[in-house]
Design a protein. Structure first.
Length: 69
């Protein structure tokens, strides 16, 4: 997952956005995603917890490409 996020981050233009949706059941995976995104100059825009019918809660994380890269 970190290699995919790295490739997306490197190909984004300034102020480009990445939105990640992940099950809230795997908090360790979400923590690792946040650490990886920070290392590639992606700035956290916001977090949302959404209820997905029949599947449970998911976390939507929005990042924006930082202007200092």
């Amino acid at each position: 997952m970190s290699q995919i996020l790295k490739n997306f981050a490197l190909s984004l233009k300034l102020n480009g956005r990445i939105i990640i949706r992940e099950s809230s059941a795997d908090l360790d995976k979400i923590r690792r995603l946040k650490q990886t995104a920070k290392s590639f100059d992606l700035v956290l825009k916001n977090n949302l917890i959404k209820d997905v019918p029949f599947l449970g809660n998911s976390i939507e994380i929005k990042y924006i490409k930082n202007g200092v890269s």
